[in-house]
Write a protein that binds this ligand. Structure first.
Ligand code: FAD
Length: 395
């Protein structure tokens, strides 16, 4: 039976748009279905995404070889995507990790030092005095070391990266459909994808719906993910603060425990024309199992308790921010029990899933998209593409 498309990618987010771009260079007959960002977040009752922002940290320094490789392979292609799309999304501001001096090979920093050395990642170690001299905008604890990646690190604009990927996909022949999918069904020889009153058919479907992958009956079995609340704090900067923080790198500052770290994005101009420095953490415990609950979270301003924690951390690390207006926003991070992203088939040999960003996949989304495209065209991922590590777990 004739199908509408060879492959339908569901989700015009970071991984889905990248998958569609890669597929456009491999095969004809590809569709990318997903809604654009809602114009009014607080009045929107539908699906949301984790990339509605202007800055995500990018780096290769990582405590895990798979994640470091996914990032490095993506970074290799940023310049080409920018040049071909005419959309700029990468700022090479550098990335600084700061924390207590680790035991060799121990904790996040100890492992990241080992792995970075093994992979040939270019980073500099800054002892406490050198760290303070190099980055005087921070007030870091006395014994802290710094690990600074100056090149091939900084931040990407996730909205712009998605725009670039989708534009290149479309230019490469992909049909982009601005809609939300409300059902996917393996009908034997083909897969049926329902969009409102319409049903599109495809030989294969890649579900890349981020934290919303288990909603709207997109998958034959729910995938094992934890869709966790994350709150970010935005500091609105004036000229005085810009003089202090304008040239800072993307930064991740550890506390006594690895999980107590905060990440800080350098000042970026937002669509309202104002410049914000953004701060976030990784300890919020709340998670969502329904579209209603996830949607209500996205319509909120995030958690007030988390805001207070972030403000306390900012006051300690960046006392010069005192007096800046602070606002907050919600987001979700999609965690997997394997701590790796998922890229693999479901119980249906025609429906695969690509999700599980684990709070760190924006920078690596182009390579994850390529792996999704390989899955769709070759049916599997080999060892060089981490097929075993990226195997999805279902509930
Ligand atoms: C606060 C915060 C800070 C972060 N910071 C960083 C960082 O500094 N560095 C980094 O590398 N990563 C970071 N991340 C992680 C990164 O943003 C995510 O890993 C990434 O966005 C995941 O991409 P995705 O394509 O899986 O999901 P998304 O980008 O969320 O895309 C999923 C898409 O699917 C669509 N969709 C959902 N349901 C449907 C449906 N039924 N039909 C059609 N389409 C649908 C949505 O509209 C969305 O566009 C951060 C995440 C958060 C929340």
């Amino acid at each position: 039976m004739a199908v509408d498309f060879k492959v339908i990618v569901i989700g015009r987010g970071m991984m889905g748009a990248a998958a569609a771009r890669h597929l456009s260079a491999m095969i004809d007959g590809v569709a990318l279905i997903g809604p654009r960002e809602p114009a009014e977040r607080k009045r929107h009752h539908g699906v949301f995404a984790s990339h509605y922002d202007e800055a995500r940290i990018t780096r290769t320094f990582d405590d895990n070889v798979v994640w470091a490789t996914l990032a490095a392979r993506s970074l290799d292609r940023y310049a080409e995507i920018e040049a071909r799309s005419g959309i700029s999304f990468f700022r090479e501001a550098g990335c600084l990790f700061a924390g207590p001096v680790p035991q060799p090979g121990q904790g996040y920093l100890g492992r990241a030092i080992d792995i970075s050395a093994r992979l040939g990642v270019d980073f500099e170690t800054l002892e406490p005095t050198a760290l303070r001299e190099r980055f005087p905008q921070f007030s870091l604890r006395a014994g802290f070391n710094g690990y600074f990646e100056k090149r091939r690190a900084g931040h990407v604009n996730p909205r712009a990266l998605v725009r670039a990927q989708a534009a290149l996909a479309e230019a490469g022949g992909v049909t982009v459909i601005d809609a939300t999918v409300t059902g996917v069904r393996d009908a034997g020889a083909q897969v049926e994808v329902t969009v409102g009153e319409r049903v599109y058919t495809a030989e294969r479907v890649l579900v890349a719906a981020g934290g919303f992958s288990n909603f709207n009956q997109l998958l034959p079995d729910p995938v094992d993910i934890r869709v966790a609340a994350r709150t970010v704090a935005f500091y609105e900067l004036g000229e005085r603060e810009m003089a202090i923080f304008g040239s800072m790198p993307s930064s991740i500052v550890f506390g006594d425990r690895d999980e107590d770290h905060v990440y800080i994005l350098p000042p970026v101009v937002y669509p309202d024309g104002k410049t914000y420095l953004k701060l976030g953490g990784d300890t919020e415990a709340r998670s969502f199992d329904s579209l209603e609950d996830a949607g209500a979270w996205f319509r909120s301003d995030g958690s007030l308790a988390e805001r207070d924690l972030l403000v306390a951390a900012a006051s300690e690390i960046m006392p010069d921010l005192a007096g800046c207006p602070v606002t907050t926003a919600p987001c979700v991070a999609t965690f997997t029990p394997t701590a790796y992203p998922y890229a693999g088939f479901t119980s249906s040999p025609r429906i695969a899933v690509l999700t599980g960003g684990n709070f760190v996949a924006a920078k690596s989304s182009d390579e994850l998209g390529r792996l999704g495209a390989v899955l769709m065209t070759e049916g599997r991922l080999g060892n060089e593409d981490f097929g075993r590590e990226l195997t999805p777990v279902f509930r």
